[in-house]
Design a protein around this ligand. Structure first.
Ligand code: AMP
Ligand code: FES
Ligand code: ZN
Length: 334
């Protein structure tokens, strides 16, 4: 098959939802165009604005960091050591190797040694699933560390598959608060910096192809804690639909963003104040992260899940539940 773009070279990758097949050079151009289009269409950040890129060592976030550097943006990496045995260490090494190779700056924070909140141990000591403690900690540190280093925007590697799966989960449970906050850009507000997802137009398999073509060495293993997570099941279901009807995921997500998301936006004023301990914005006396730290520091005992459900996280990502868990999703407070 010939490349449908240049019509000269042999195609190496088919992108069925675009009715296209690309040679290496045209695929890289397509990839960059999709990222550039996302950034411009949603005014994610300006050319001269430093961006903090949250990198996990996986294909999505390293591809994002690479393409932003390539497009000429001032992109600094940010890696959080999550304290997951056998996974966190090699993930950090991939990020460090990428930074060294590209001469880029990488900021590293460690949940376990700096905050006493390694994910494996935290999940054992609390009623939270690992992914829930992990999501809460990441959201918190993205904001805090970005502010400490003077960034006004943080970019994550969420791709089309991630966003479609999150949307699917939110729709199945009609999580209207989350739906209102699921967008490629969350504007800066009341102590929360801007959050952007420049890869939302590109699918997961395009990430892998990009990394291979660009020689990016990433951690292939999925996080061992995410086994059985509902998001994986949702991705699987959507992939089955996509195989029969290419473009389903894209039209599901893009249609939602254009036609439905604004209907779910909540304009009610929430009163935020600085956390009594760390100063990050919260609706309570102490923010959810500081409460988690306090809970982990307590002697171990049985804990209930009581308490009122707080506000949905700003990025529309629900608290992940494992397939084994029949508990309702409770929204964490950012
Ligand atoms: P996940 O929640 O694991 O699907 O990851 C979503 C995005 O969060 C990734 O694409 C990264 O941008 C960011 N991320 C995940 N893990 C880390 C980490 N350990 N440190 C920094 N950013 C991360
Ligand atoms: Fe967060 Fe696996 S990456 S629990
Ligand atoms: Zn706090």
């Amino acid at each position: 098959m010939r490349c449908t773009k240049c019509r000269g070279q042999e195609a190496c990758l088919e992108v069925r939802r675009h009715n296209a097949a690309f040679c290496e050079a045209c695929f890289l151009e397509f990839f960059r165009d999709q990222v550039a289009r996302a950034i411009e269409r949603h005014k994610m950040f300006r050319r001269d604005e430093p961006v903090l890129v949250a990198v996990s060592g996986g294909k999505d976030s390293l591809a994002l960091w690479d393409v932003l550097l390539d497009l000429g943006y001032d992109a600094t990496g940010f890696y959080i050591g999550l304290g997951i045995p056998g996974y966190s260490e090699p993930s950090r090494e991939k990020c460090e190797a990428f930074a060294a190779q590209r001469g880029a700056r990488l900021i590293v924070t460690d949940l376990e040694s700096e905050y006493g909140l390694g994910i494996a141990a935290t999940a054992q000591r609390t009623m939270r699933t690992p992914c829930s403690a992990c999501g809460l900690s990441k959201r918190y540190l993205f904001n805090k560390v970005a502010q400490e280093h003077g960034f006004r925007v943080v970019a994550t590697g969420h791709n089309l598959d991630d966003e479609a799966a999150t949307l699917f989960g939110n729709v199945l449970r009609w999580q209207t608060g989350y739906l209102g906050r699921q967008a490629p850009v969350l504007a800066e507000e009341d102590g929360f910096i801007r959050k952007v997802k420049p890869l939302y137009r590109l699918a997961e398999r395009e990430m892998a192809a990009y990394c291979v073509l660009r020689g990016i060495d990433y951690i292939v293993d999925e996080c061992p804690m995410s086994k059985g997570a509902k998001s994986l099941l949702f991705k699987d279901v959507l992939n089955q639909l996509e195989a029969v009807s290419p473009g389903t995921k894209q039209s599901f997500l893009f249609g939602f963003l254009e036609k439905a998301q604004p209907l779910f936006e909540e304009h009610e004023e929430v009163e935020l104040r600085p956390c009594g301990q760390c100063g990050q914005p919260t609706t309570a006396e102490l923010c959810a992260f500081c409460r988690l730290r306090a809970e982990v520091a307590q002697p171990k005992r049985r804990r209930g899940r009581g308490g009122k459900a707080a506000r949905a996280p700003r990025d529309g990502t629900p608290e992940p539940a494992t397939a084994a868990s029949a508990l309702p999703l409770v929204s964490p407070e950012s």
